[in-house]
Design a protein. Structure first.
Length: 148
């Protein structure tokens, strides 16, 4: 699994001109899944993201986690994180998970974050979405379970 995490002041996702998910302070997660991903990857990423200390404390140090600041998550499925651009100018997405498996893993990942007590808003798997992000910092972190 690959997740691009962006710390945000606020974010929303719209589908067909209607807001589908909206958060204030927290994380936007762009989530990519491959066919080999399963519970181990879900557990690893959910724990890392839940405990990640990238919010400022009283001394302006990145020292607080999302729970401490009462933040939320906007999770967006993003198969293009598995783009292969080594050949030519048109990316190949054959490394991305088969859609039914990827959707199942994506939903289980979101549920795991919810089970940890986090407010998780989502887009719609496979939909054409407009994501509006007010990046804070900016803080952007890439997680890849192949490099844990």
């Amino acid at each position: 699994m690959r997740v691009v995490l962006q710390k945000v002041k606020q974010a929303s996702v719209s589908i067909n001109g209607k807001v589908h998910g909206k958060i204030g302070q927290g994380f936007v997660l762009l989530v990519g899944v491959q066919d080999s991903d399963g519970q181990e990857e879900i557990d690893y990423l959910a724990h890392k993201i839940h405990k990640l200390r990238v919010f400022e404390d009283d001394n302006d140090k990145l020292n607080l986690d999302i729970d401490t600041v009462g933040g939320s998550i906007l999770s967006i499925s993003q198969f293009t994180l598995y783009a292969d651009t080594r050949k030519g100018n048109r990316p190949s997405f054959t490394g991305a998970g088969e859609p039914s498996h990827a959707n199942q893993i994506y939903e289980q990942f979101n549920d795991k974050l919810r089970d940890a007590g986090l407010d998780v808003q989502t887009g719609v798997f496979g939909a054409d979405m407009l994501v509006d992000i007010q990046n804070d910092g900016p803080v952007t972190i890439l997680f890849d379970t192949e490099n844990k």
